[in-house]
Design a protein around this ligand. Structure first.
Ligand code: GDD
Length: 334
């Protein structure tokens, strides 16, 4: 199949990853279909620039109303779109929140994936299926760094749902020969990250304090460590997985960890302010349990798909803080 005959369907197209992936696939001449939930607010900020582009929207880029819980509509979208590739990114993805709304988190991250696997299995023509798995499946990991073979030991409802869906994807691959890949992604960040994830919260808070709009930044556990990469690199990994001759699972990670405190220090240093003066600690942001030591070994994807992360941790922090400062400037100029 020529690349320009490829049709991708993306669930979760309005999120950080969905928006970068859409840009990547449009560059590669795909027709891109996104599934969006009906909301009262029509503006979807991360893909608005594409929706307003008349050369693209309605030509090679389409949005469809749908909901992960509505199997009839999902099947109808499949019938109309006939995707050659499905990128399943949607669902409640905040780990802390999954302790407060465990049923809906598991419904979205677990059962909805099963629903989509069933639909993909019934398609007349083969569909290549990307499942957004997560490092959270490892939880209290038995080894460091983790590989594709590390046992799953999740420590949150979100991690449990992702473990369920990851294993189901493997079962569908083995039992029905479905081309389905689990991308076991570690944390990946960008200026488009949701505002309640820690990196964006810090970058935004630092910029607002620097411009006199806030007086403090209230955070949870500063000693947590994460393997933070760049979202733009991680969506490229998703695409690479579906281009390979065989379906498989891949860890996507930098192999390097930093603490929340290190992120805070680097972010305040960019605006030349002492972080200790502004950061307040609020235990209500702590989670009932935290994964032990999440750091990924990406050797397999580096070797098989020739993927590698770009940029460094300080560059990532700088990119995020500068984007927030620029956004404040644009707003104040309006
Ligand atoms: N969100 C948040 N807010 N986290 C905080 C805060 C705070 O105020 N203060 C400290 N943290 C700590 C959390 O306790 C956690 O240890 C760490 O910062 C990172 O939290 P998040 O940015 O919320 O990400 P996450 O690691 O829980 O989950 C993200 O990465 C996973 C792996 O890729 C999410 O994107 C998941 O959907 C994803 O699967």
């Amino acid at each position: 199949m020529k690349e320009n005959e490829k049709a991708a369907l993306i669930t979760g197209i309005g999120g950080q990853d969905g928006s970068y992936l859409t840009e990547l696939l449009l560059e590669k001449n795909y027709t891109v279909h996104g599934m969006v939930r009906r909301t009262s607010n029509l503006l979807r900020s991360r893909i608005e620039h594409l929706r307003r582009d008349e050369k693209i929207y309605g030509q090679r880029f389409f949005l469809h109303y749908g909901d992960l819980s509505d199997g009839t509509t999902l099947r109808r979208i499949f019938r109309n779109v006939r995707p050659t590739e499905l990128y399943h990114l949607a669902g409640q993805s905040h780990v802390g929140l999954s302790f407060e709304i465990p049923e809906s988190t598991c419904e979205e991250a677990g059962m909805a994936t099963l629903r989509l696997l069933e639909i993909a299995r019934d398609q007349p023509a083969p569909v290549r299926f990307y499942h957004a798995s997560s490092s959270e499946i490892f939880g209290n990991a038995t080894e460091t760094p983790q590989t594709e073979k590390t046992p799953m030991l999740p420590t949150s409802p979100y991690g449990c749902a992702k473990a369920f869906a990851t294993q189901l994807a493997r079962v569908y691959r083995q039992s029905y020969g479905l081309f389905v890949c689990n991308g076991i992604l570690y944390n990946h960040e960008s200026p488009r990250r949701g505002e309640n994830f820690v990196t964006r919260k810090i970058a935004r808070g630092v910029a607002r304090i620097a411009r006199g709009l806030d007086v403090d930044l209230v955070l949870g556990n500063l000693e947590s460590r994460r393997d933070w990469g760049r979202a733009q690199d991680y969506v490229r990994a998703m695409w690479l997985m579906l281009q390979h001759k065989a379906a498989d699972d891949y860890i996507v990670a930098t192999g390097e960890t930093h603490s929340v405190r290190e992120f805070v220090e680097a972010a305040f240093a960019i605006v030349d302010l002492p972080w200790e003066k502004y950061v307040k600690r609020d235990p209500s942001f702590d989670r009932p349990t935290e994964p032990a030591n999440l750091v990924g070994c990406a050797d397999k994807i580096r070797r098989v798909l020739e993927w590698k992360p770009t940029g460094t941790f300080p560059q990532l922090v700088r990119e995020m803080v500068e984007a927030e400062l620029a956004a404040i400037e644009i707003k104040s100029g309006q």
